[in-house]
Design a protein around this ligand. Structure first.
Ligand code: GDP
Ligand code: IMO
Ligand code: MG
Length: 440
């Protein structure tokens, strides 16, 4: 048995899709445990690019069972669209995709609330993806959510939508709404939407916690697919500039109903540099032309919203925080090739605040915003690593840079990604081989 959690170790978009797709070649099950269609996981297969938002990345492997667990918030329209997009591209989506009955739905009114909350926040806005994530998780916590199981029972569904909407109308009462937004707050409109998707989604609905238990007991290889990253975690991230779910191991266990003792290892995916989309502190951000060059080299534009990603240097302080709060066992470093053309590469090794060195990643966003990064500089290798498939094929300076990341994070690198394609991967250590003292 091997249960491997693969999660983002920065602010999202670390290349989780690419890594999970690579690992899925040797897996039986891939299970998404949190987030929603705010995620955009890119896989490049035989030169063709697929962007997955809700469907687990394992779907591109015909023999992998894909699970959308209870911790995910599913926009049913987005899911139907994604299923149709995959089928149109020749990807089989049938019994290999299952959606949990406990999973919450994102309704049209959640997206209206998301937009208005951002609007009201003004300069303090989060810069959300606008996919209704925050309002859907708020409803879940407030016990006003609509779940996938409700979708299958017209009477319960009608009642759940009625109760939830009654409150929304009060909240948005004084705000001028467009015609489209008013429609999204109409009971009949929401019900009609549910009826439309019911037929397509019903065959995929099942009790996914039982499914996970069964897979664990029968010794299947299971990948737990994280969305976003630990620095966007609702509790451990840069609050309030975070997403509304637990992106780390806690989210994986609760979002799938998985006993903690069954987890074999936790793998953190980190870019060889850093990016962030949306607002919030980013100590190592590179402004101006230099940042623009990195953005352009890395193709750093959001896979979901197309927004330009803010770019910066690798932040070892933030990385150590992620490692500490999730218990990452090993790292996957992606997009090494994007640094190929740089004469010098910087890594943040510490923070200084008002002349004092900080011992830990600060919990207060206002403090983090005032931190000055302390850098160590490394010489660039100025030669191509793109598509390198072995450690020995890497130039010595690239190896030194990776060794420095290991030293500064205190964790070993298990995989290195040198391109968007499935094959552009270096395996340093097999993530499926059990760690000492863990179940295998
Ligand atoms: P995710 O959300 O963590 O799955 O990451 P995204 O898919 O949003 O963004 C990562 C982007 O980098 C995608 O366009 C990938 O195709 C691409 N990518 C992933 N790994 C590598 C790599 O090692 N090198 C290069 N050049 N591109 C990569
Ligand atoms: P993947 O899985 C990068 C960011 C948004 C915003 C904040 C809150 O592709 O790595 P939300 O819509 O979740 O309420 O937005 O979180 N964000 C992401 N950034 N990658 C993602 O997903 C993200 N999902 C949300 O930009 O700052
Ligand atoms: Mg992404």
């Amino acid at each position: 048995m091997s249960v491997l959690a693969v999660l983002g170790g920065q602010w999202g978009d670390e290349g989780k899709g690419k890594v999970i797709d690579w690992l899925a070649e040797r897996a039986d099950v891939v299970a998404r445990y949190q987030g929603g269609a705010n995620a955009g996981h890119t896989v490049v297969l035989n030169g063709k690019q697929y962007v997955l938002h809700l469907v687990p990345t394992g779907i591109l492997h015909p023999n992998v069972r894909c699970i959308i667990g209870a911790g995910v918030v599913v926009d049913p329209l987005a899911l139907v669209e994604e299923i149709q997009y995959l089928r149109a591209h020749g990807v089989e989506v049938g019994e290999n995709l299952i959606v949990g009955k406990r999973t919450h739905l994102i309704m049209p009114y959640h997206k209206v609330l998301d937009a208005h909350m951002e609007d009201l926040l003004g300069v303090n806005r989060i810069g959300t993806t606008g996919r209704g994530i925050g309002p859907a998780y708020s409803d879940k916590a407030a016990r006003l959510g609509v779940r996938v199981s409700d979708l299958l029972d017209e009477k319960i569904l009608t009642e759940r939508i009625r109760v939830s909407l009654a409150l929304k109308r009060r909240i948005l009462g004084g705000i001028g709404l467009s015609e489209e937004e008013s429609r999204a707050l109409d009971e009949g409109y929401n019900l009609e939407m549910c009826r439309k998707v019911r037929e397509i989604l019903a065959p995929h609905v099942c009790n996914t916690d039982a499914e996970i238990q069964g897979a664990v007991e029968s010794g299947k290889r299971i990948l737990l697919e994280g969305a976003q990253g630990v620095l966007l975690d609702l509790d451990m991230g840069t609050y309030p500039y975070v997403t509304s779910s637990n992106t780390g191991v806690g989210g994986a266990l609760s979002g799938l109903g998985l006993p903690y003792g069954k987890l074999s290892a936790v793998v953190g995916v980190m870019k060889a540099y850093c990016t962030r989309v949306g607002q919030g502190p980013f100590p190592t951000e590179i402004h101006g032309e230099e940042g623009e060059r990195l953005r352009s080299a890395g193709g750093e534009y959001g896979a979901t919203t197309g927004r330009p990603r803010r770019c910066g240097w690798f932040d070892a302080v933030a990385a150590r925080h992620c490692i500490q709060v999730t218990g990452l066992d090993g790292l996957v470093v992606t997009k090494l090739d994007i640094l190929d053309g740089l004469k010098a590469i910087r890594v943040c090794v510490g923070y200084e605040l008002e002349g004092r060195r900080l011992a830990a990643f600060p919990a207060e966003t206002s403090t983090l915003e005032r931190c000055e990064p302390v850098y160590e500089e490394f010489p660039g290798w100025l030669t191509s690593t793109a598509g390198a498939r072995s450690w020995d094929a890497l130039p010595p300076r690239a190896r030194d840079y990776l060794a420095a990341l290991e030293r500064l994070t205190g964790k070993n690198i298990w995989l290195v990604s040198t391109g968007p394609g499935r094959e552009d991967t270096i395996q340093v250590r097999d993530p499926f081989v059990a760690l000492p003292g863990r179940e295998s």
